[in-house]
Write a protein that binds this ligand. Sequence first.
Ligand code: FES
Length: 103
Amino acid sequence: MSQWQDVGDTAAFQEDEPRAVTVAGEPVAVVRQGDEFFAVHDICTHEVARLSEGFVEDGCIECPLHQGLFDLRTGQARKAPCVTPVRVYKTRVQGGRLEVQAP
Ligand code: FES
């Protein structure tokens, strides 16, 4: 059974500025684009770096360590050296609060 976890007021998430949250004990990076919210596992699949410290461009989040890219919607690796997809999480807004689906 899926569980939704509150990660904060939607107003706390700024456009294209990744923010680190914790969902079920896991580090997760959340990105806002307009009224859409994307959540991906916060650790790069290449080595150990926090995607929440990277930039957002063209629907992707860029790893700050070697500039690999992951698609925010699918988690697919879009640029080397990343090849393994990063986990993505579902999000929803409930009464102005953002929730992320726990695995
Ligand atoms: Fe992310 Fe290398 S650690 S691209």
